[in-house]
Design a binder for this molecule. Sequence first.
Ligand code: ADP
Ligand code: ZN
Length: 728
Amino acid sequence: MFYEVIVDISNSEIDKVFDYHAPFSVEVGHRVLVPFGRRQVEGFVVGKKESSDCKYDIKDIIMKLDEYPVILPEMLELARFMATKNLRMIDCLRLFIPSKLRGGRVKILKKNYLSYNTELSLEEALQLLPKSAKAQRAIAIRMQKDGIVGETELNAEYSPTSVKALVERGILIRLIQEESRIPDSLKRDAKVVTLTDEQQSAVDTITDGEAGTYLIHGVTGSGKTEIYMNVIEKVLSEGKTAIMLVPEISLTPQMHGLFRARFGDEVSVLHSGLSDGERYDEWRRLLLGQARVALGARSAVFAPLKDLGVIIIDEEHDNSYVSESNPRYFTSEVAEFRAKYNQAKLLLGSATPALDTYHLAMQGEYKLITLKNRVNKKQMPTIETIDMRDEIRMGNMGVFSAPLISALEQTLKDGNQAMLFLNRRGYASFKRCKSCGFVPKCPNCDVSLTYHQEDNTLRCHYCGAKYRTITKCPKCGYEDLKEGKTGTEKVVDEVKRLFPNARVLRMDNDTTKTKDSYVQILSEFGEGKADILVGTQMIAKGHDFKNVTLVGIIDADLSLYYSDYRSAERTFQLITQVAGRAGREQKPGQVIMQTYSPRHYVYGYAKAYDYEGFYQKEINSRELTKYPPFTKIVRLLVLAEELEEARAGADKLTARLVTLKNKKDGMRNLQKMSAPLKRLRNFYRYQVVIWLDREKEEELMPYIYQIANEGNTDKVTVFTEINPQQML
Ligand code: ADP
Ligand code: ZN
């Protein structure tokens, strides 16, 4: 028998598969140690065969690294599928196992047990022992009755010498068992709720329905989590398994506690806050079938579960589901693959589904389930728009409008809590007229231009057009066009100046650098240890705070003017999500939204909680302007340590793409340029952006992936991005 092994070495530009023999039996999916050149390296067995056409001398596998195969057949198929998309197979395989397993760096928690040797009757055993050895006789009697007991416990109860003597006489047998460290969760009682009619009908539709993709579009507070848990319960009762994905930020001890209360040890949780040992143990419990529900952030989509019945992606619109570091994958694409493989159901849930997702539901590709009401019949909070240009005219140049200040005052007086939200993202910036709200846009692409400080230009990140920056507003003549940015720190300072006695917490990238700092900030706020929480996107998601009655959106336009064709969609999502944090319990909620462009259509729809209306408007304009889902935008990002290499790499790609374009229909707008962020982490960055017609995309993508793959050399790395989130 010959074994095909992918060796786990970094810095090789292609997946290398080598043939080996083995003097023992090996399964596909095993991790093994193999001789490789003069070294010994780890690898994965990816195939078995009867013959090899190998020219070199075939060597033996040295050893198996784990007792069982760690890569399930399904996952091997998945890695092969991912490898067709400009990813290396070895990078995918690495994703599927706990990182510390590689290089043998997990400490496996082991415990010694002693078991009675059942080949001996008690009489036979006692005959082996001297009459005077009272303790040894007592142990033998006890163990014959109890079977297996921990060695430490037995030693403590009797004496280590007597215990050892029994082992030496063959009456007791030593066993070593791997133990599991189970991560702590917040203890919660399993709350028994009666499902609302809407919830029940959603559960029935899903559990009675066929395999395929379901989209649950349910307003914030409609009780989606309860639906998920009921579906999982059903799946478990059929002997199958489940994966539940949430954005990392929602994976709080509360969430974990909720699932533990419901499913006990059947739940295994996978997230970045676990120690390496815990992560390994949780993963292994899934692999060995000791836990059948995987709860986690994005990477839990790779949970080693067999017989999946359902994969759930909560807050499916969330951009944390797109991996932006290597290997770059789409969680939904992986989930779809696994659901198909297992003939399982894929469940997407959101109060504000991604436009592309909703479009597929409208076209009948996904089954749509709509929940229109909050479980407790609470009204959605009212959203009030404040025109900041009026504030400026009245002489208020500050961060807060007069109505927001008085609402904050009232909230503090009533002993309630407020959240102040600032939607900042990345490094990008734009110019904006503070008087009329005008923002310069690209005449070709209809997206906002990005301000580049280094050469004082305005640029379009889609077509590369470059303009001299303007300081005077072409619309109203106002002389002082400003960079439109405010930071969370500035907001906190303002709050402290206006309300010196208020207790304020801040949550953004800077205050959440360590693993569990965000959990800590959120739980402090949840316990009422602060009155006001100031934060970015992070505070918008899924949290359930009971005393929050006021949400202030400091500058709703910030996400509207990112150079991104999805900016209106993102803005709608953010407003709806952040508004959903207010008034979740008995107290009614209020949202104050500050803007410089109050008449922008997105605000009207958001205020009315009219997702369908927004969808119609937005999808029509996407169709007119030929943006996704009516086209596909592909960006090939070329990275190299030397500028010349990056440029040459991009030139080579472009040349091949031009050839393809001349041969095949359906490619438009092929553009090569240096990426908006020219240099990042020591790499020079070039980009090639292509737009594909929707009807041709399926035919063209394999060619493009191939060109991208072949563009990889030992000096140049090419990444493929589909409809990129932010073109930096
Ligand atoms: P969503 O994710 O849709 O925003 P959640 O799942 O967070 O909503 O549910 C909101 C709140 O309603 C939670 O506190 C949950 O425990 C509660 N809840 C859910 N379903 C019911 C029900 N049928 N009866 C009473 N309370 C419920
Ligand atoms: Zn443009």
